[in-house]
Write a protein that binds this ligand. Structure first.
Ligand code: SF4
Length: 135
C-alpha cells in the first residue's frame, strides 16, 4: 500500500475546491492500494480555503519553530499545518506505508521542485518515508 496527496486522486480538497487528478499515480498503483491524505484538511482547514504560504523558511523550518505558514490575509496557520502533517503521518504509519506520492508546489505537500518543501512533506521525509513528487 502507498499514500498520495488526495487532490492527486481526484478529491476536491484543494484551497480552491478543485482537484488535480494525476493519471501518473493510477498508472503505477491500483486505486484500492492508495491511501488518500490531505494534510490541510486533516489539520482542520475548510475547503475551499484562503491559500497559505511558507514565510521565513521551508517546512523543515516550520517544524523546528523557525518559520510560519500564513494565509493571504495574514492569518497564522502554522499550528494547523503542523497538526495536519502529524495527522497524515499517523495515518501513514497506521497502514505501515513507506512510500507516498505528493503534489508539488504546495506549502503542505510540495517537496521542493519549483518551490519550498512543505510542512507535511518535511515531516514525512524526516520519518524516512520515500516520496515521489507529482506535478
Ligand atoms: S496538495 Fe496536499 S494539502 Fe494541498 S489539497 Fe492536495 S493533498 Fe491537500
Amino acid at each position: 500500500m502507498v499514500a498520495a496527496s488526495a487532490c492527486l486522486l481526484g478529491y476536491n480538497c484543494r484551497y480552491d475546491g478543485k482537484s488535480k487528478k494525476s493519471p501518473v499515480v493510477f498508472k503505477q498503483i491500483p486505486a484500492e492500494r492508495i491511501l488518500p491524505i490531505c494534510p490541510e484538511q486533516l489539520g482542520g482547514l475548510t475547503t475551499p480555503r484562503d491559500p497559505s504560504e511558507l514565510v521565513g523558511g521551508d517546512g523543515f523550518d516550520v517544524l523546528d519553530g523557525n518559520a510560519r505558514v500564513v494565509n493571504i490575509y495574514g492569518i497564522d496557520n502554522t499550528k494547523t499545518f503542523i497538526d495536519g502533517a502529524y495527522a497524515a503521518l499517523n495515518q501513514i504509519k497506521a497502514h505501515n506505508i513507506k512510500f507516498c506520492f505528493l503534489k508539488d508546489k504546495s506549502p503542505s505537500c510540495g517537496v521542493g521542485t519549483g518551490g519550498m518543501t512543505g510542512v507535511a512533506a518535511a515531516l514525512l521525509i524526516r520519518q524516512g518515508i520515500k516520496i515521489e513528487e507529482i506535478s
